[in-house]
Design a protein around this ligand. Structure first.
Ligand code: NAP
Length: 210
């Protein structure tokens, strides 16, 4: 059975999934790279990286995934929709290697990249987008790639089966929060926490349906 998964979504201790002031040169705004430094230190990221707890979690990002859904804010900085040549922030060979559905009011023709990634642009509800992505995934799982607003929208509609959030020991103070409007979310998930020596706490949410 195909399930819907979130992996490696990094938030600050005060719950922000990105900083304030996102731009073409600062995809995470004033947060810079601080939400993802733990990831850059893993073997997943580079051959001489750490193979410990953080690596064990981050390695689960790719296997079994047949499609990704992401928000317009992950695909590009504010205003990307006015740049006809914008193809995302990941270069010619993005690290997805599957169809990727970008949820946005600013649709454009699909963009085929190297390495199996094709960006498709959908103006649709989370449930509608999920139906399209599931079909494309052909029985494999669908990853909800972020950012915070999109994950929040899928959580609010009860569409996420498994979620891994990495809580990074920094305080951002401002940006886009993950948890707003999700009071009581814990009631429908079995939640486990794993502390890493890096200072990151990995929290997994597995839907119970209760
Ligand atoms: N912390 C992490 O691990 C992580 C992971 C991925 C990305 N990020 C960062 O997160 C930031 C982007 O996140 P974000 O929260 O600002 O934006 P987002 O979740 O990526 O996208 C939100 C946008 O998607 C469009 N949208 C379409 N349907 C929607 C729906 N049902 N619900 C909500 N949005 C919908 C809207 O844009 P339109 O006006 O175009 O319709 C909305 O403004 C970037 O800085 C990115 O680099 C962080």
């Amino acid at each position: 059975m195909s399930i819907v998964r979130v992996h490696n979504f990094s938030i600050s201790l005060d719950g922000f999934g990105t900083g304030e002031g996102q731009s073409r040169d600062a995809h995470f705004g004033h947060a810079g790279d601080r939400l993802h430094e733990w990831m850059f230190a893993t073997r997943w990221w580079s051959a001489d990286g750490n193979a410990g707890v953080d690596d064990a979690f981050v390695q689960r990002h790719d296997p079994g995934i047949g499609a990704e859904i992401m928000g317009a804010g992950k695909f590009g900085h504010p205003g990307w929709e006015d740049e006809p040549d914008w193809k995302g922030a990941w270069g010619a060979n993005p690290p997805f290697h599957t169809p990727v559905y970008v949820l946005t009011r600013h649709t454009r023709p699909s963009i085929e990249m190297e390495g199996g990634t094709t960006f498709h642009f959908l103006d649709a509800s989370p449930a509608e987008a999920l139906a399209v992505a599931r079909e494309a995934a052909g029985g494999s799982d669908v990853r909800i790639g972020g950012g915070a607003k999109i994950i929040r929208a899928f959580l609010a509609e009860g569409l996420i089966d498994h979620m891994h959030v990495a809580v990074v020991p920094i305080l951002l103070g401002r940006g886009v929060r993950l948890w707003d409007g999700l009071e009581g979310l814990e009631r429908t998930y079995r939640i486990e926490s794993t502390a890493s020596p890096s200072g990151v706490t990995h929290i997994t949410f597995a839907r119970t349906g209760a």
